[in-house]
Design a protein around this ligand. Structure first.
Ligand code: HEC
Length: 199
């Protein structure tokens, strides 16, 4: 009976529902994932993020070895005490579907300073800490363009984590049409074959 009650409680209140009650509100962006936004995000990334963060696993014709950060391991360790995360799959690592891209947007827009240390609300949420981080804010909170820049970078990193997603969706549509036609043909064939047998 106890087991049943526990099971029922879990079913009625999945952990996400319980957790969401204590969550702080994080800003949600309406993300534009168009190729243009991805391209804009890439330009901003190369100027504002590449100094510290690599995209080691994003292999393209132009960069068959991925993209290295400008700062090297030792330099980073000396300056920050940690090596800045490789961001190739950050949008997959921090949430399912578009939540990872949403996280990047939230991360870039929720820096603040408290008691002389840099803190970040999105980082606090994900790492379950008070959000203290050694990354200096990439954009000032007063930057009038901060929203757009953060959105574009989110779109870019979302693309980098799964570059063939658009192609897969496009192909998927053709596969569905093909299946429908094939089903129709097989159905017709089936009727023809059995016509004389089943009366
Ligand atoms: C001056 C170096 C520097 C620059 C420039 C920089 N970062 Fe960082 N970033 C760091 C460091 C160091 C960390 C690790 C923070 C920590 O562990 O406290 C970090 C952490 C992050 C994280 C959090 C990873 C996680 O674990 O959740 C994200 C996301 C991120 N950076 C994105 C960016 C983006 C996007 C840009 C460009 C707009 C950028 N960073 C620019 C140094 C930098």
């Amino acid at each position: 009976m106890y087991k049943f009650i526990i099971l029922l409680t879990i079913l009625l209140f999945p952990p996400s529902v319980l957790a969401s009650e204590v969550e702080v509100e994080l800003p949600y962006a309406k993300l534009d994932l168009s190729p243009e936004a991805v391209e804009r995000g890439k330009s901003i990334y190369m100027v504002s993020c590449r100094v510290c963060h690599s995209l080691q696993y994003w292999r393209t014709k132009e960069n068959p070895e991925g993209i290295n950060a400008f700062i090297d391991r030792e330099g980073a360790l000396e300056s920050f005490g940690v090596v800045p995360t490789d961001l190739t799959i950050i949008t997959k690592a921090r949430g399912r579907r578009l939540n990872g891209a949403q996280y990047v947007y939230q991360f870039l827009t929720t820096f603040y300073v408290e008691d002389g240390s840099i803190k970040n609300r999105a980082f606090a949420h994900w790492t379950e800490t008070d959000g203290t981080t050694v990354m200096p804010p990439a954009f000032a909170p007063t930057d009038p363009e901060i929203e757009r820049k953060a959105k574009d970078i989110a779109a870019f990193l979302n693309y980098v984590a799964d570059p063939s997603a658009a192609e897969r969706k496009r192909l998927g549509r053709y596969v569905l049409v093909y299946m429908v036609i094939l089903t129709g043909l097989l159905y017709a064939l089936n009727r023809k074959v059995w016509k004389g047998v089943k009366k």
